[in-house]
Design a protein around this ligand. Structure first.
Ligand code: FAD
Length: 280
């Protein structure tokens, strides 16, 4: 299908983008890589009156690494993340997004602001306990990952605000695992699971598990995390914790899978992700 008509303006800076958003009011939307917004416009799920193109704003693409935090510009592409092994889980997950063409255009800011629970990076941000920096007419604020995802394609970034950066802790000493189940390798996740594990003398000191596509928002598998924390990192304890991975989830059935099948996938993928993350 063809999208409805819209105006198009190119922003030269973050402040310019915020001013253009204010000018456009409720009908204005930011355009970054366009790989989520344009398909939705073509299907007429959304018909913004004005697109504010932020792709050419200088200084929003790149990764700054401090002692314990990575600060990632909103326009950093999935391909840039994929190329940075030192980003650990984030690099691994970015490498699993769609195909190279999509990864060359799609941005971390666009993916997180879009808030799709089937996307790979939202659950990763939750598990990393990262945050996003947003700027709007009233200034700048930071939103923790746990407060960002409010519902299907809905985040706590307000109309008129722009996500400018993503902060993630470096998490030295954590192993990671990422499991994505789909019918074709470049598809969206039917279910995805990311795991971060910190071990001390073979015992689980800390664990974080993020679930993709198991509800209308990304989730943490808190029951499984609690079951494994403080336990030996062997096959038996990992399997017992993974059995709890679907607790508190509300997966929707779709053409690919029933809710029960998704719960089964969550348990199996959690066991695999934990096994990889703990080196068990
Ligand atoms: C064929 C195909 C397959 C895909 N498969 C996957 C997949 O397997 N896994 C996956 O995770 N993703 C997948 N994607 C989506 C892809 O990762 C997108 O690039 C990403 O979700 C959105 O990033 P974008 O830069 O393209 O954002 P855009 O499409 O430009 O924008 C998306 C939304 O975010 C808003 N937005 C963009 N930037 C900002 C900002 N800085 N501040 C505030 N709001 C902003 C826009 O207004 C819009 O509402 C796929 C896309 C395609 C086309």
């Amino acid at each position: 299908m063809i999208s409805a008509e819209f105006d198009y303006k190119v922003a030269s800076s973050v402040d310019d983008a915020i001013a253009l958003l204010a000018e456009g009011g409720a009908g204005a939307r930011l355009l970054a890589g366009g790989h989520s917004l344009l398909p939705l416009m073509k299907l007429r799920f959304t018909s913004p009156a004005l697109l504010v193109d932020i792709a050419r704003i200088d200084g929003l693409r790149g990764i700054q690494t401090g002692d314990d935090t990575h600060v990632i510009g909103a326009l950093t592409r999935h391909a840039d993340l994929q190329a940075r092994d030192d980003l650990g889980l984030l690099a691994t997950a970015a490498g699993e997004i769609a195909d190279q063409q999509v990864r060359n255009r799609g941005t971390i800011g666009g993916s997180l602001a879009n808030g799709d629970s089937a996307a790979d990076l939202p659950a990763v941000l939750l598990a990393l306990e990262g945050s996003v920096v947003v700027k709007g007419p009233d200034g700048e604020r930071e939103i923790a990952a746990a407060d960002l995802f409010e519902g299907y394609l809905t985040t706590s970034i307000r109309q008129g605000e722009m996500l400018t950066a993503v902060r993630v802790p470096a998490l030295a000493g954590y192993g990671h695992g990422y499991e994505k189940f789909n019918r074709r390798s470049e598809d969206w996740a039917m279910v995805g699971v990311c795991a971060l594990v910190k071990a001390s003398d073979g015992v689980c000191e800390d664990v974080r598990i993020g679930l993709t596509h198991m509800a209308s928002t990304p989730l943490r598998a808190t029951a499984a995390e609690e079951a494994l924390r403080g336990q030996p990192l062997d096959a038996e304890h990992i399997a017992a914790a993974a059995e709890l991975a679907a607790e508190g989830t509300e997966p929707l059935g779709d053409l690919n899978a029933t809710p029960d099948y998704k719960r089964h996938l969550a348990r199996v993928l959690t066991r695999r992700a934990l096994t990889t993350a703990s080196g068990a």
